[in-house]
Design a protein around this ligand. Structure first.
Ligand SMILES: NC(=O)C1=CN([C@@H]2O[C@H](COP(=O)(O)OP(=O)(O)OC[C@H]3O[C@@H](n4cnc5c(N)ncnc54)[C@H](OP(=O)(O)O)[C@@H]3O)[C@@H](O)[C@H]2O)C=CC1
Ligand SMILES: O=C(CO)COP(=O)(O)O
Length: 349
């Protein structure tokens, strides 16, 4: 296996670490950068990242780095794996130390409240063109815990530049980790971000003691509202039937690994949001994304009843049971109404 392939992963949490394992399996020497010195020392001393991926041994090709300058030296591609709220901060740090062109593959799932930007847009805003060669998103049904065990996983990559997406496909693809390309970067980023809202809602439903019927309803009608907003923003509706859409929605609403589902579950059982988030110790992207999607729904004049209900549970103290009653008691409608509107718009466009 070639030993001269070097890549950096910025963000030494669950996902950055699991993807480092994939990259090391693919013959890369991986510089795994994190912002906590003790954690980086622990990775180098024990070859484990015990808090984030307990029991998983990291290959010797994965080395922890604390200096960003050192991390970025002499390489042309990085994987950005920090939570959405840290994207701008890390991009600014990159700009301080990097003057040469760089390809960025981001793997985060969120939308920024206020600016309402997708992650690739935030990266483009923060990093000047002379440095940012291209930006690609990698998304899909892929819990870090299972990827680190090398269980079969499929994801999709997308970029405005197809060559960059193909390069990312080559970098990550192996016999356990199958990577597809999709030219629809808006759809891939929106699908990956918005499914976290529905996973929180599914967790709440389970926490309230409701069954599979309720969860299937949330997932199906959730996909309808994801597609409705995504399409208004310029996505291809078919993307929501793919890995970054329904694929990721299924895994996040049904897996015990999902932090969004787990957080929702605790809310459904009556815990307070602050206590839930404090107890997680890992990012729950759906909370901020609910705020952003609520704002986007108003901006684009799109009906998103589940997002709206969740927004009021999270930020306006609405009782989760009352939120469900409200959703169930809305005016009657035609199931395919939204789909027909969406198709109409596509054909007119
Ligand atoms: N886990 C998964 O299975 C998957 C996650 N994702 C996405 O990947 C992204 C990252 O998630 P994940 O790794 O799971 O999250 P974790 O909470 O597991 O880890 C996040 C890591 O980022 C670090 N971090 C936070 N802020 C900064 C900063 N300003 N500078 C440097 N490092 C920082 C955290 O450090 P600290 O401990 O100091 O906060 C932590 O090490 C999210 O958008 C998530 O949705 C996508 C697919 C799968
Ligand atoms: O995006 C994910 C799986 O594809 C991870 O979801 P959680 O952040 O809910 O754990």
């Amino acid at each position: 296996m070639s030993n001269d392939k070097v890549i950096a992963v910025l963000g030494a949490g669950s996902w950055g670490t699991a993807l480092s394992i994939v990259l090391a399996d693919n013959g890369y020497r991986v510089r795994l950068w994190g912002n906590k010195k003790e954690q980086i020392d622990e990775i180098n001393r024990t070859h484990m990242n015990a808090f984030y991926l307990p029991g998983i041994e990291l290959q010797p090709e994965i080395k922890g780095y604390f200096s960003l300058d050192e991390t970025l030296k002499g390489l042309d591609t990085i994987v950005l794996a920090v939570p959405t709220k840290a994207i701008r901060d890390v991009c600014r740090q990159i700009v301080e130390v990097r003057k040469m062109p760089l390809s960025i593959i981001h793997v985060s799932k969120g939308i920024e409240p206020g600016s309402l930007m997708r992650i690739s847009e935030m990266i483009e805003e923060e990093i000047p063109e002379a440095v940012l060669q291209d930006v690609t998103v990698l998304s899909g049904p892929s819990h870090a815990e299972e990827v680190s065990l090398r269980h079969p996983t499929t994801v999709t990559v997308s970029s405005k530049k197809m060559q960059a997406a193909k390069k990312a496909q080559d970098i990550f693809m192996n016999s356990n980790f199958r990577v597809y390309t999709n030219p629809d970067i808006i759809g891939v980023e929106m699908g990956g971000s918005l499914k976290n809202i529905i996973a929180l809602a599914a967790g709440i439903s389970d926490g309230l003691g409701y069954g599979d019927n309720a969860k299937a309803a949330l997932m199906t009608r959730g996909l309808a509202e994801i597609a409705r907003l995504g399409t208004k923003m310029g996505a291809n509706p078919l993307t929501f039937l793919g890995l970054a859409g329904i694929g990721d929605l299924i895994v996040t609403c049904t897996s015990v690994h999902s932090r969004n589902w787990r957080a929702g579950n605790m809310l459904g059982k009556g815990k307070k949001l602050d206590d839930v988030l404090n107890s997680m110790g890992m990012v729950v992207e759906g909370v901020r994304t609910t705020k952003a999607a609520y704002q986007l729904a108003h901006k684009f004049n799109v009906k998103m009843p589940i997002t709206d209900a969740l927004y009021h549970v999270l930020f306006a103290d609405l009782n989760p049971k009352e939120a469900v009653d409200h959703l169930m008691g809305r005016l009657k409608k035609h199931e395919m109404e939204d789909l027909m509107d969406m198709l109409d718009e596509q054909f007119q466009g």
